[in-house]
Design a protein around this ligand. Structure first.
Ligand code: F6P
Length: 363
C-alpha cells in the first residue's frame, strides 16, 4: 500500500483528533500504510519513534478529546535545509509519499515549501549516499493535502477552521457565567478573547452574548472611542441594565495601529463613569475542553476528503487544502489560499481594514 502520514502542527485546536482519526481510518480502508508523525514538524525532523505506524484501533476513543493526541509544536529546525534533509530521509525510509498536515497558515506554507524542495532534497540525499537510486526514483513525488486546524478562523478559502466552533462555545459559556456575577454586583466586565489578528471569535461572541461593545482588529474604533464607549454604557444603564459587557480582541488596535488593551479600556470606564469594572482574560481555556459536534464532524469530513485527494493525485497535481464551502468539503489550491491569507495580513499592516475584510469575507 501507499505510505501516508498525518501530523498536527502549530497551536492545537478542538477537532484535530477527529481529523486524525478520519485520515487514519480512511487511509487504512483504502489500503495505505498509515503513520502518525508525532510533535509536528519536529517529529518529522527527529524521526525514530516519532514516526509510528497507526491502525484502525490506534484512533479509537479520541474523537471526543480536545487538543491533539499526536502532539504539536512550532518548529524552527524544519525551516533549515539541514532539517528538511533529515525529514525527507525519514519519510523515504518509511516509504511515505503522501502527507496530511493539519495546522494554520504557517504550517501549511511550510508543507508547500517542503514539497517544492522535495526533488532537490532527494538529489542531495542520493549524492550523500543516504538513499539509493531505486528510492530516488520510486519516491520522486510528494503529495500534500492540508487541513486548517485553528480556533482563530483566520484562514482564507474556508468558512470555518477546525476548532473555531468549540472555542466559541467555550467563550460564550464563560461570558454567560460572568454575566450572572456582573448582574448581582452591577459591575462592568471586560473580556479579552483570543484570535490573534482575526476578530472572528470576539465579534461572534459579542453578537451571541448581547455584549455592549466590541473591539476587533479589522474595524478599529472611531478616534473618540472612549466617549462613544462611555455613552453607550451609560445609555444601557439608564435603560435599566444592571451590568455591561465589553469584549476586546487580544489583537485589538486603534486607527494608528496601536494596541487597545483591556487595561486601557478599564481605565476609561473607571475614570469617566466610576463603574466597578473587572477584567477577565479567557486565555487558553478557549482552546481547551472537548470539541463540539460541529468540529468533530468537520474534522471527520475534511480528513476523509484529504485522503481521497491524495489518492487521486497525479504527478502534475498541486498541493490542496480541504476547506468548507457552505456545507461542502471542497479541495482548493493550497498556495492560493495561503497567498490570500497573507494578503489579509498585509492589508492590516497597511491599515487597509476594509480591504482586509473584503479578502477575508468572514466578518
Ligand atoms: O492561533 C491560536 C492561538 O490560540 C491564538 O488565538 C493566540 O494568539 C495564540 O494561539 C496563542 O499562542 P500560544 O498558545 O503559543 O501562546
Amino acid at each position: 500500500g501507499k505510505g501516508l502520514a498525518v501530523f498536527t502542527s502549530g497551536g492545537d485546536s478542538q477537532g484535530m483528533n477527529a481529523a486524525v482519526r478520519s485520515v487514519v481510518r480512511m487511509g487504512t480502508y483504502l489500503g495505505c500504510k498509515v503513520y502518525f508523525i508525532k510533535e509536528g514538524y519536529q517529529g518529522m525532523v527527529d524521526g525514530g519513534e516519532h514516526i509510528e505506524e497507526a491502525n484502525w484501533s490506534s484512533v479509537s476513543s479520541i474523537i471526543h478529546k480536545g487538543g491533539t493526541i499526536i502532539g504539536s509544536a512550532r518548529c524552527t529546525d524544519f525551516r533549515t535545509r539541514e532539517g528538511q534533509l533529515k525529514a525527507a530521509k525519514n519519510l523515504v525510509d518509511k516509504g511515505i509519499t503522501n502527507i496530511v498536515v493539519i495546522g494554520g497558515d504557517g504550517s501549511l506554507t511550510g508543507a508547500n515549501e517542503f514539497r517544492r524542495n522535495w526533488g532537490s532534497l532527494l538529489d542531495e540525499l542520493l549524492t550523500k549516499n543516504l538513499i539509493t537510486q531505486d528510492q530516488r526514483k520510486k519516491y520522486n513525488h510528494l503529495n500534500i493535502a492540508g487541513l486548517v486546524g485553528s480556533i482563530d478562523n483566520d484562514f482564507c478559502g474556508t468558512d470555518m477552521t477546525i476548532g473555531t466552533d468549540s472555542a466559541l462555545h467555550r467563550i460564550i459559556e464563560a461570558i454567560d457565567a460572568i454575566a450572572y456575577t456582573a448582574y448581582s454586583h452591577q459591575r462592568t466586565f471586560i473580556m479579552e478573547v483570543m484570535g490573534r489578528h482575526c476578530g472572528y471569535l470576539p465579534l461572534v461572541a459579542a453578537l451571541t452574548t448581547e455584549a455592549d461593545f466590541v473591539f476587533i482588529p479589522e474595524s478599529p474604533p472611531h478616534e473618540d472611542w472612549d466617549k462613544r464607549l462611555c455613552m453607550k454604557l451609560e445609555q444601557e444603564r439608564a435603560a435599566g441594565q444592571r451590568l455591561n459587557i465589553i469584549i476586546v480582541a487580544e489583537g485589538a488596535i486603534d486607527r494608528n495601529g496601536q494596541p487597545i488593551t483591556a487595561e486601557q479600556i478599564r481605565k476609561v470606564v473607571v475614570d469617566n463613569l466610576q463603574q466597578d469594572t473587572r477584567i477577565t482574560v479567557l486565555g487558553h481555556v478557549q482552546r481547551g475542553g472537548s470539541p463540539s459536534a460541529f468540529d468533530r464532524i468537520l474534522g471527520c469530513r475534511m480528513g476523509a476528503e484529504a485522503v481521497m485527494a491524495l489518492m487521486e493525485a497525479t504527478e502534475e497535481s498541486e498541493p490542496v487544502v480541504v476547506t468548507l464551502d457552505g456545507n461542502q468539503a471542497v479541495r482548493l489550491p493550497l498556495m492560493e489560499c495561503v497567498r490570500r491569507t497573507q494578503a489579509v495580513s498585509q492589508a492590516m499592516k497597511e491599515k487597509k481594514w476594509e480591504l482586509a475584510v473584503r479578502i477575508e469575507r468572514k466578518i
